[in-house]
Each structure stands twice: as C-alpha cells, then as structure tokens.
Design a protein around this ligand. Structure first.
Ligand code: ADP
Ligand code: MG
Length: 251
C-alpha cells in the first residue's frame, strides 16, 4: 500500500524580500487529516511559509505542491485561472478577521460560494447557516460584524473559509488579536475541525493547543525548520538548544 499523497509538499523553498533571505531551503509535507502546528520566534518566517502555501507569496526557488498542483513552475507562478481554482481549496484565517463590515454574518459566509463557486443563493445560505451552527453562531446570522466580539468575528472568519469547502485550512495566529477570555472559544472550534479530519497548518503561540491537537510540531528559527516532531518530543525532550530556549521564553 502507498501512503496517500500529501496535501502540501514543499521542497527546498527559498524566499527573500530584497536582499533579506526569509526562508532557507525549507522542506516539509502535510498528509491528509494531519494537523501541523508551526511555532517559533517572531520574524522566523512562519507567516511567509504559510503565505507561500496559497501563493500570497511566491517562493523564488524550490518546489511547492498544494492539493496536487505545482504552484511554481520554473520560478514563475502558475496561471491566474489555475491559481484561483487552487485557492478555493485552501482556506486561510488571519490574526485580523477581515470580515466585510457592510455585509451581515450570513452574507460574509455565503458570498464566497455564491460569487466564486456560482452556488445558487438558497444553497449558499443553507450552507452558511449550517457552518454558523457548527461554529456556535447560528443566532448571529443577521448581525453585522461590528456588533460581534473578537472571538465571534474569528469564528465567522473560520465559517467563511470553510464555506469554500477547502481541502486544507491555514491559520496564522488566529487568536493573537483576541482578549484572553475569548481565545478558548476559537481554539474549541479549531479542535472540532481537527477531530473531523480537516487538514490544518496552524501558526500559534498557544502551546496547550499544540500539545493537545498537533500531530506534528515544526519549530522555525531564522527562516529554517530547526526541529520537527510529535508534541511529546518537542515539548518533552527538545533536541535543538534553540527550541529549548524558545520554549523556556514562552511557557
Ligand atoms: P513570523 O511570521 O515568524 O513573525 P514573517 O514570515 O512575518 O515571520 O517574517 C519573516 C521575516 O521577513 C521578517 O524579518 C520580516 O520582517 C520579513 N518580511 C515579511 N514580510 C515582508 C515583506 N512583505 N517585505 C519585506 N520583509 C518582509
Ligand atoms: Mg507571523
């Protein structure tokens, strides 16, 4: 039996901003239903790595295959039409929620499937209500984002990403902008997704979440993955001294 094809496979990815090399030959892969948590100091390249996975950044060297599509061919990005098809399969949730302020919660969640997947309104709204139920916000369908708490906004943002029926979800510090008492409700939704088998790459400083939910923890420092392994290893017996000093600083 052969292992299932990875959802994301990166090999020797290089990315610079001007003369500043931010990713140094980074290689990793994410299998279907795997939850990979990325940790590491600020500026270590975590966001850049994640942004490469849906082509918000273009790696200048290496190969990157996402959902079976090679994102970069001969150093150039695949054509726009293929890129759009690929982006629909990759959901992304940012630290800032980026909801449309002039749309209701229901419209925020249903607009993607309607406009990008050409789903009929009734079907898109039924899907959106279903997803709002899943993130615990069924009763907020008609509300506007400004009336929601940060935790509620982030749960809407997750529902909106899920509405595109992605094959992988990328989270970039989804709870970092939240008041501490609102972090748990967002992590709870993410745990539910993981349990259902969603493939996820999560950049976070929530080490409790990483311990509990991650299949693999990747530690980044200076644009490199300096260590990766199951959470028991990373948190219990880190091999790299820089992993140890990072963990001492954050735990
Ligand atoms: P992290 O998410 O781990 O904090 P980032 O991937 O955001 O790290 O950033 C890695 C490095 O790349 C940092 O030194 C940052 O200043 C730099 N960087 C990120 N985005 C840009 C950009 N658009 N232009 C120039 N430098 C950038
Ligand atoms: Mg970042």
């Amino acid at each position: 039996m052969t292992a299932a094809a990875p959802i994301v496979a990166a090999r020797d990815l290089v990315k610079s901003f001007g003369a500043h090399r931010v990713l140094h030959e980074v290689s990793f892969s994410v299998a279907p239903s795997q939850v990979v948590v990325v940790i590491g100091p600020s500026g270590s390249g975590k966001s850049t790595l994640l942004r490469c996975c849906n082509a918000l950044e273009v790696p200048e060297d290496g190969t990157l295959t996402v959902c079976g599509t090679d994102l970069v061919r001969n150093g150039t990005l695949i054509p726009e039409r293929e890129l759009n098809a690929l982006r629909m399969q990759v959901g992304m949730v940012f630290q800032s929620f980026n909801l449309f302020p002039h749309l209701t919660v229901l419209d925020n969640v249903s607009v993607g499937p309607r406009s990008l997947r050409r789903m009929p309104r009734a079907e898109a709204e039924a899907l959106a209500r279903d997803l709002l139920g899943k993130v615990g916000l069924a009763q907020k369908a008609e509300a506007y984002p400004a009336t929601l708490s940060g935790g509620q906004k982030q749960r809407v943002a997750i529902a909106r990403a899920l509405a595109m029926q992605p094959r992988v979800m990328l989270f970039d510090e989804p709870t970092s902008a939240l008041d501490p008492e609102l972090v748990g409700e967002v992590l709870q939704v993410m745990k539910g997704l993981a349990r259902e088998g969603m493939t996820m790459i999560v950049v976070t400083h929530e080490m409790g979440f990483a311990r509990e939910v991650a299949d693999v923890v990747m530690v980044m420092d200076g644009g490199r993955i300096i260590e990766e392994g199951p959470p028991e290893q990373i948190f219990g017996a880190p091999r790299n001294p820089r992993t140890r000093s990072f963990l001492q600083a954050v735990i």
